[in-house]
Design a binder for this molecule. Structure first.
Ligand code: NAD
Length: 455
């Protein structure tokens, strides 16, 4: 099928590459000319396991093209995916500027039936807004051609996005029931036909339900994280071990074992903004949102947990202290720094006077940009970040090591070598990645989140 994907970010690029892998004829559009130029040269602008291979296979085969030409991209795809960003507005609601602009681009250039598929995470009622915009614009141009708008929210996870897309747990499609919608249903079924070989299923529902499902899912996952973090803080206060509690909880099939890790809070480009947007949607609908408020409040506090622990140990000021940070991306296997907890932690450590030695296996360039932006008004603090060349280089001479992102390579570190490298053998494990006894055996004091210290 002929598919256009508007937006080549984490979702759009993966969608385009995977659709091409399924044999569809895909054109990806982005307004960012530098990004498109890199993609045309065969460079992949983001780190995502397996993505480079897909692009390298499908681009030379002619199934995957990249362009900044709006008219050509609208002409190309019978199916037009909108996969642009929906960042938070000042009041927390989703900023629909890019989505509506993408819809306008389609409306300004289409001259045959188009199926518009919304993949961006958007508030309930957005498909309706897009339909109205298309109708108005086509009316203005006096062009008579039909269209359908469906909601197809994306559930991929950064770090395993390609696998998630090619073998999703389910695909949610919100669709109306008019004549154009029947064609939409047929085309969506054809588009996702390759999934017949997997155990994935298409879940059809009302458009508004599909739009809400995406927010409800992310808020549910964020709720589990915040609740587990509250349990961890309680475990710490009462002398219980959250990892044991987690095993006990997760073995109950009504609860399930996923998403029960305690830590230093959620971040990334989705959970924080989607919880806030759902709160805003609830406010606008005059519906209470106590649970969502609590989820957010717990998370905001949890991000500073490691700094609080350091202050308990060294006192309120960290002036003269050197602190190593392992992991900067908001989670392993990505270079995405959007709302990464590391940004709060490093910012706070610098504010308190510490020198910070940071290392991340892939996110160093993105982190340099993020911290330059966060600390634009504080050049002296920015100068107190030392960009280490390896995990051990970051640890060298540090008074404490903070594990912020649990990259697998960190869990394989030799504790004896680590103990020798640190100037004080103190590890604050923000992701409960190590068994306390393992580090204790090398003479390292290990403090997790809600864990009983060894010995
Ligand atoms: P992103 O910021 O990485 O990418 C968006 C891209 O769209 C950018 O390259 C931008 O230049 C381009 N763009 C903006 N306006 C455009 C226009 N009018 N025409 C063409 N290109 C345009 O965003 P993302 O992380 O891929 O997220 C996209 C959407 O998917 C968001 O709504 C997000 O909430 C949702 N989502 C994201 C993830 C994730 O893990 N990142 C997962 C599921 C859903």
């Amino acid at each position: 099928m002929k598919v256009t994907v508007i937006g080549t970010g984490y979702v759009g690029l993966v969608t385009g590459a995977c659709m091409a892998e399924w044999g569809h004829d895909v054109m990806c559009l982005d307004l960012d000319a530098a990004k498109i130029a890199r993609l045309q040269r065969g460079e992949v602008p983001i780190y995502e396991p397996g993505l480079r291979e897909l692009i390298m296979r499908n681009q030379p085969a002619g199934r995957l093209r990249f362009t900044t030409d709006v008219a050509a991209s609208v002409e190309h795809g019978d199916i037009q995916f909108i996969a642009v960003g929906t960042p938070p507005d000042e009041d927390g609601s989703a900023d629909l500027r890019h989505v509506l602009e993408a819809a306008r681009q389609i409306a300004c250039h289409m001259d045959s039936f188009k199926l518009v598929v919304n993949k961006s995470t958007v508030p309930v009622g957005t498909a309706q807004r897009v339909s109205t915009l298309l109708e108005e614009e086509l009316g203005r141009r006096a062009v008579r051609c039909g269209f359908a708008v469906v909601s197809n929210p994306e559930f991929l996870k950064e770090g395993s996005a390609v696998a998630d897309f090619l073998q999703p747990d389910r695909v949610i499609i919100g669709c109306g029931s008019g004549t154009a919608d029947r064609r939409a249903r047929e085309w969506m079924t054809q588009l996702y036909a390759p999934l017949e070989r997997t155990s994935s299923q298409l879940l059809w529902m009302e458009t508004r339900s599909a739009e809400l499902t995406k927010y409800a899912a992310n808020a549910m996952l964020a709720t589990r994280i915040s609740l587990m973090n509250e349990y961890a803080n309680l475990a710490e206060a009462l002398g219980a071990d959250i990892e044991e509690v987690r095993r006990g909880l997760g073995s109950d099939p009504r609860i399930g074992a996923h998403f029960l890790k305690a830590g230093i809070g959620y971040g990334g480009s989705c959970f924080p903004k989607d919880v806030r947007a759902l709160i805003r949607m609830s406010e606008q609908a005059h519906v209470s949102h106590h649970v969502l408020d609590a989820v957010e409040a717990v998370n905001s506090r949890q991000k500073f947990k490691l700094v609080e622990k350091l202050q308990k140990r060294f006192g309120a000021s960290l002036s003269g202290r050197t602190v190593a940070i392992w992991g900067l991306a908001f989670k392993p296997e990505t270079d995405d720094m959007r709302e990464a907890p590391s940004r709060c932690i490093v910012g706070e450590l610098l504010r308190l006077g510490a020198i910070v030695r940071v290392f991340d296996p892939v996110a160093m360039p993105a982190a340099r940009r993020a911290f330059a932006q966060d600390l634009a008004a504080y050049p002296r603090r920015l100068a107190n970040i030392h960009w280490a060349s390896s995990a051990l280089d970051a640890a060298r001479g540090s008074d404490a090591l903070l594990l912020v992102t649990e990259w697998v390579e960190f869990s394989h570190i030799d504790p004896v070598q680590l103990a020798k490298t640190l100037s004080m053998p103190l590890v604050l494990d923000g992701r409960n990645a190590w068994e306390p006894s393992l580090l204790a055996s090398a003479g390292i004091e290990h403090r997790g989140i809600g864990r009983i210290p060894a010995g």
